[in-house]
Design a protein around this ligand. Structure first.
Ligand code: DAH
Length: 336
C-alpha cells in the first residue's frame, strides 16, 4: 500500500480511538501511541523522506493533514474531559459552607436593649453631637466654671474652644431649647474623659441619658421608671436603691444601685460584699436648668437620669475589664 494511504488509515484508526476515549489517562496513552516519539503516525511520517521525490508531495500532504487533525482532536478531548471532571468534583449533596456572619458589638446590643425598654415606656430616642460647646456640656447644666468636672484633666478640649462631651446630659439642654414639654426622651451616645485606662476606666465610653418633663412629675415617677427598667433588664427579682448624692443639674440628686446580679444581694467580690451595684446618678431637674432653657420652674417639673452603658454590659455579661470593649479582639467579640 502507498505510504499516503497507510498514513490516512492510521489516522482514521487514531481518530476513532480518540472519539471513544473517556478518560484523561487513556487519552495520554493514545497520544503516545500515535503521536509520541515512537508513535505509529510519527514513524510513518519519518518514512516520507525516504520516498522517491515524485511520491513525497502526496505523502507529505497526507501526513501534515493527519497530524493537524489528530492534535486538534486531542486538544478538544482534553478540554472536554477536564470540564467533565470538574462537574463530577462538585458534590451537590454536600452541606453548604457557612459564610462568616457579622454580629453587633456587645455595647450596641446593650444600647439596643436599653432603647427597647424605654421605648416601651413611651420614651423617644434623641441624639446629640459628640463635639459640644462648653455651654451645653457645663454652663447650661448649672456646672460653674470652677467645678472640678471642668478641670483640664477630665475634659478633652478642641482647639476652637469646644470639647468632647464628658456626658450625654447636654442633650437634655439641646432638646429643651428646641421643644416644649411634655418631653420623654432618652439619648444614648459616646462620651469622652481624659482618664487613664484601667479595668474600670476608659477615655471613650457610652451613656444613656433620660429626661422626663411635664406638669406634676415627681421623684416617685423617677423611682418607678428606674425600677421598671431594672426588672426588664435583669429580671423580676432585682431590687433598686436610691441614696442622696450631688449633681449640679439636679436637686435633689440621687445615686441609684441595683441589687447585685451575681450574688442576688448576698455579697460577693463583684459588689465588694455590699450586695449592691452602683449604676449612675439621677434626680429632679434643677430649677436653674429650667431657667437656662426658658422653662418656667413653677409650671414644670421633671426628672433626669444617667446610665453607664459599659457598666450595664459588664454586669449583664459578667465582663471584668472595660478595655475589652475597644480592643476589637475577635475572640472576645464572637462570644456575644
Ligand atoms: N451626667 C452624669 C455623669 O456623667 C450622670 C447623671 C447624673 C445624669 C444625674 C443625669 C442625672 O441626668 O440627673 O455622671
Amino acid at each position: 500500500m502507498e505510504l499516503a494511504e497507510r498514513i490516512r488509515q492510521v489516522a482514521r484508526e487514531a481518530e476513532e480511538a480518540l472519539m471513544a476515549c473517556d478518560d484523561p489517562g487513556e487519552l495520554e496513552a493514545l497520544r503516545v501511541k500515535y503521536l509520541g516519539r515512537k508513535g505509529a503516525l510519527t514513524l510513518l511520517l519519518r518514512e516520507i523522506g525516504k520516498l522517491p521525490p515524485e511520491e513525497r508531495p502526496e505523502a507529505g500532504r497526507a501526513g501534515s493533514e493527519a497530524k493537524r487533525r489528530l492534535e486538534g482532536l486531542l486538544e478538544e478531548k482534553r478540554e472536554a474531559l477536564a470540564k467533565k471532571a470538574k462537574r463530577r468534583a462538585l458534590d451537590v449533596t454536600l452541606p453548604g459552607r457557612r459564610p462568616p456572619l457579622g454580629k453587633r458589638h456587645p455595647l450596641t446590643q446593650i444600647i439596643d436593649e436599653i432603647v427597647d425598654i424605654f421605648r416601651g415606656m413611651g420614651f423617644e430616642v434623641v441624639e446629640g453631637p459628640e463635639i459640644e460647646t462648653e455651654y451645653h456640656n457645663f454652663d447650661a447644666l448649672n456646672t460653674p466654671p470652677d467645678h472640678p468636672a471642668r478641670d483640664l484633666h477630665d475634659t478633652f478640649y478642641v482647639e476652637d474652644g469646644r470639647l468632647l462631651r464628658t456626658h450625654t446630659s447636654p442633650v437634655q439642654i439641646r432638646v429643651m431649647e428646641s421643644r416644649r414639654p411634655p418631653l420623654r426622651i432618652i439619648s444614648p451616645g459616646r462620651c469622652y474623659r481624659n482618664d487613664t485606662p484601667d479595668a474600670t476606666h476608659s477615655p471613650i465610653f457610652h451613656q444613656v441619658e433620660g429626661l422626663y418633663v411635664d406638669k406634676d412629675v415627681s421623684f416617685a415617677d423617677l423611682k418607678g421608671v428606674i425600677a421598671a427598667f431594672a426588672r426588664q433588664m435583669f429580671g423580676p427579682d432585682v431590687k433598686v436603691r436610691f441614696r442622696p448624692d450631688f449633681f449640679p443639674f439636679t436637686e435633689p440628686s440621687a445615686e441609684y444601685s441595683f441589687s447585685c446580679v451575681f450574688c442576688k444581694g448576698k455579697g460577693c467580690r463583684v459588689c465588694k460584699y455590699t450586695g449592691w451595684l452602683e449604676i449612675s446618678g439621677a434626680g429632679m431637674v434643677d430649677p436653674e436648668v429650667f431657667k437656662n432653657v426658658g422653662y418656667d420652674p413653677e409650671e414644670y417639673t421633671g426628672f433626669a437620669f444617667g446610665m453607664g452603658v459599659e457598666r450595664l454590659a459588664m454586669l449583664k455579661y459578667g465582663i471584668t475589664d472595660i478595655r475589652l470593649f475597644l480592643e476589637n479582639d475577635l475572640r472576645f467579640l464572637e462570644q456575644f
